[in-house]
Design a protein around this ligand. Structure first.
Ligand code: HGA
Length: 610
C-alpha cells in the first residue's frame, strides 16, 4: 500500500514524480505529497489531503521545480488522512517518505521528544525523520546515518530520503515493503513498484530484504542486510509499458471484468497438452514434490482467500487430497499443527501481501513439504521466496476490487488440483481429459456470461435503495457467494453477507423481509433441488430473490423472483463462470450509487501492511 517515487536527475523531475504517483494511486489515495531540493538550493514540499489530482492542482498554482526529490501517495495506518500527516515528513534538512508500519514508534517518539524534537504529525513515519536527523549529528554521512537508523526500527518499511545538506543523492532502505530502482542515462529513479517508472526507463534493479541503497545520478550502490556491498541484477523489460488506461470503458473495474476471457486464455497458454495439464508449469521440481503431497494448506487474504476456499472443494473432490484453507492474518499468529507431507500454498495478486508473505516465512520453520505460490506478479517477494510458482497472467489489475485476478487464480488452482491428482494417480478415469477440454472452452463461456452485461445492469436497480443483502450458495458456490458479497461491500458500501444456503434457517432467515434482496447462484448440480427449497424459505418471508441459474435448472421468473439464465457449464468450472454476473452486479450497483468504483473509500490495492 502507499506509493513511493523518487528521482535524481539533471532535468526538472516534478512531472516524473507526479506521473509516478498517478500510476501508483490505486494503492493508496488518502493524501499525496512531494519534497524537492529546489533550484534555489532549498528543501521544499507540497502536500495535499485527497487524491494526486489535488496535489497536481496545488503544484500548478504554486510550481516547485527541482532535480532531486521524493513523493508519496498515502494509505493511512497511523494518523488521520489530513495534510499534517501526509508524507514527506521533514526533520531539519531531511525529507522522508515511508511505506509500512514502525511498531516501536511510541518508544522512539518518547526518546526523541526527550532529546528536544518536536512532532508535527501523528504518524509513525515522523520518528524515522527525527531519528535520522539525530544520527546525522554524529555520523555526518546520510547513507551511514540511514544504516544506523534502520537498526533501531522494528516493523516494516520501504524508505526514501533526501537531504538538502547532501543533495547529490537519494537514499533508500527496504525491509518488508518492496522498492525498485529505475536505471536511466545520467539519472536514476526509485519507486515502490516499477509501474511508476515505466514512463522513464525499462531497466530495473530490485532491492532485497534488508538492503540499503545510495542512488546518485551516475551510480547506484547497495549494501545488504549484513552491511556488505552487493551487486543486484538489473532486469530489462522490452514488452513496452502496460497501458494503465481505461480504453473504451468507464472504469478500470469494468475493463478488467471484460478482460477475463482473454486473461483466462493467457493463463492456460502453454500449460495444457492434448488432454493433460503440464505439471512442469509449476516448476522443474513440481512432479517430484507433487508425488509426495498428502495434504494441502492454503493461506491467503480477501478475494484470494475465497479462491482458496473454492480450491478446497476441487482438491478433495477431484484429487482426493485433504485441504485446509485459512486467512493469512490468523494463520501467521496461530500455533499450527502440520500434517506430514503438506504442501503450503499461498495465493496473492501482488505477491507483496504482508500477511500472506509473513505466513509463508513462518511456514518455512514449521516443517511443510514445500511452498507454492499462485501469484500475478513474477518479480514479487512471494514468488521469489516460494519453491514452486504458478503465475496467473491477469496483467496489471488497477481496480482496487479484484476481478480478473480472482478468476485467473481459480484457473491456476484447478490446474494445481489436476496436476496433483495426475501425479498421485488419484483422478477418476477420464476426468482430466474432460476438464482440460472444458478449460479450453472456458474463455468462450466467460464471453457469453459477459454478454449478459445489460441484463445485470437492469437487475442492479433493485439494489440502489437497499442497505443490506444476503448472498447464498451451496458447495463450491458458497465461496463464490462470499466473493460476490465482498465485491458489493467493497464498491457500493452496501452491507452484504454470504451464507451457505443450508445455514439460512439456523439464523439469518430472521433478517429476511422485503427490504433484504437475496442473491443466489444456482448451477445445475446435485444440490439444485435443496437450493430451490432454501429459496422457497426466503420467498415465504417476503424476501426478493435474484437467482443466477443454469439455463437447464428449470427456474423461471415469478413474483419477487428474478431469474437470470446462465450458459450451461461443467459443474467443476461453474464457480469461475458464476463469478462474472456477481462482479457485474456489484459494479452496476456502485455506478448507480455514484461511489468511486476504482478507488473505494478506506481501501487500497496490494495490502503491504499488517
Ligand atoms: N504508517 C505510515 C505509512 C502507511 C503505509 O505504508 N500504508 O500503506 C502512515 O500511516 O503514514
Amino acid at each position: 500500500m502507499c506509493g513511493i517515487v523518487g528521482a535524481v536527475a539533471e532535468r526538472n523531475i516534478t512531472p516524473i514524480l507526479l506521473e509516478g504517483l498517478k500510476r501508483l494511486e490505486y494503492r493508496g489515495y488518502d493524501s499525496a505529497g512531494v519534497a524537492l531540493y529546489t533550484n534555489d538550493d532549498k528543501l521544499e514540499r507540497m502536500r495535499r489531503p485527497g487524491k494526486v489530482s489535488e496535489l497536481e492542482l496545488a503544484l500548478t498554482e504554486e510550481p516547485l521545480l527541482g532535480r532531486l526529490g521524493i513523493a508519496h501517495t498515502r494509505w493511512a495506518t497511523h494518523g488521520a488522512p489530513c495534510e499534517r500527516n501526509a508524507h514527506p515528513h521533514f526533520s531539519g534538512d531531511l525529507a522522508v517518505v515511508h511505506n509500512g508500519i514502525i511498531e516501536n514508534h511510541e518508544a522512539l517518539r518518547d526518546q526523541l521528544k526527550a532529546l528536544g524534537y518536536v512532532f508535527t504529525s501523528d504518524t509513525d513515519t515522523e520518528v524515522i525523520a527525527h531519528l535520522l536527523n539525530h544520527k546525522l549529528k554524529d555520523l555526518a554521512d546520510l547513507t551511514v546515518a540511514l544504516k544506523a537508523t534502520v537498526k533501531e526500527l522494528h516493523g516494516a518499511y520501504g524508505l526514501a530520503v533526501i537531504s538538502a545538506d547532501q543533495p547529490d543523492r537519494l537514499v533508500a532502505a527496504r525491509s518488508g515493503s518492496p522498492l525498485v530502482i529505475g536505471l536511466g542515462m545520467g539519472e536514476n529513479f526509485l519507486a515502490s513498484d516499477q509501474l511508476a517508472l515505466r514512463q522513464v526507463t525499462d531497466r530495473f534493479m530490485y532491492l532485497e530484504e534488508g538492503d540499503i541503497a545510495e542512488i546518485r545520478r551516475e551510480s547506484v550502490q547497495i549494501w545488504d542486510v549484513n552491511g556488505q556491498s552487493v551487486e543486484r541484477e538489473s532486469v530489462q523489460y522490452r514488452d513496452g509499458a502496460e497501458a494503465a488506461d481505461k480504453g473504451e470503458f468507464r472504469h478500470f473495474m469494468l475493463k478488467e471484468i471484460h478482460e477475463q476471457p482473454a486473461v483466462v486464455q493467457r493463463t492456460l497458454e502453454g500449460r495444457l497438452s492434448q488432454n493433460q495439464v503440464l505439471v512442469q508449469a509449476f516448476g522443474p521440481q513440481a512432479a517430484e514434490l507433487f508425488a509426495k503431497v498428502r495434504n494441502v494448506q492454503i493461506v491467503a487474504c480477501g478475494t484470494s482467500y475465497h479462491a482458496g476456499m473454492v480450491a478446497r472443494y476441487w482438491l478433495e473432490e477431484l484429487a482426493g487430497i485433504p485441504c485446509q484453507v485459512e486467512v493469512a492474518s490468523e494463520f501467521r499468529y496461530r500455533k499450527v499443527v502440520v500434517q506430514p507431507d503438506t504442501l503450503f500454498v499461498t495465493i496473492s495478486q501482488s505477491g507483496e501481501t504482508a500477511d500472506t508473505l509473513a505466513a509463508l516465512r513462518n511456514a518455512k520453520e514449521l516443517g511443510f513439504l514445500a511452498s507454492l505460490a499462485i501469484c500475478n506478479v513474477g518479480i514479487s517477494s512471494l514468488v521469489r521466496e516460494s519453491d514452486l510458482t504458478l503465475l496467473t497472467q491477469a496483467g496489471r489489475e488497477i481496480g482496487v476490487a479484484s476481478t480478473k485476478a480472482f478468476t485467473t487464480q481459480l484457473v491456476g488452482l484447478l490446474l494445481l488440483t489436476l496436476s496433483l491428482g495426475q501425479v498421485r494417480g488419484t483422478l477418476a478415469e477420464g476426468v482430466e481429459a474432460t476438464l482440460v477440454e472444458e478449460l479450453r472452452r472456458l474463455p468462450a463461456r466467460l464471453g457469453e456470461a459477459l454478454a449478459m452485461d445489460s441484463t445485470v445492469e437492469k437487475i442492479a436497480e433493485l439494489f440502489a435503495e437497499k442497505n443490506h443483502t444476503l448472498f447464498l450458495g451451496r458447495g463450491a458456490q458458497f465461496p463464490v457467494a462470499m466473493e460476490g458479497a465482498l465485491k458489493l461491500k467493497e464498491i457500493s458500501y452496501i452491507h452484504a453477507e454470504a451464507y451457505p444456503a443450508g445455514e439460512l434457517k439456523h439464523g439469518p432467515l430472521a433478517l429476511v423481509d422485503n427490504d433484504m434482496p437475496v442473491v443466489t447462484v444456482a448451477p445445475n448440480n446435485e444440490l439444485l433441488e435443496k437450493l430451490k427449497s432454501n429459496l422457497q424459505e426466503v420467498r415465504a418471508r417476503g424476501g426478493e430473490l435474484i437467482v443466477f441459474a443454469d439455463e437447464k435448472a428449470g427456474m423461471t421468473n415469478g413474483e419477487g423472483t428474478h431469474v437470470v439464465h446462465m450458459p450451461h457449464i461443467h459443474d467443476i468450472l461453474s464457480p469461475i463462470l458464476y463469478t462474472i454476473p456477481l462482479q457485474l452486479l456489484s459494479y452496476y450497483v456502485a455506478v448507480l450509487k455514484g461511489t468511486d468504483v476504482d478507488q473505494p473509500r478506506n481501501l487500497a490495492k496490494s495490502v503491504t501492511v499488517e
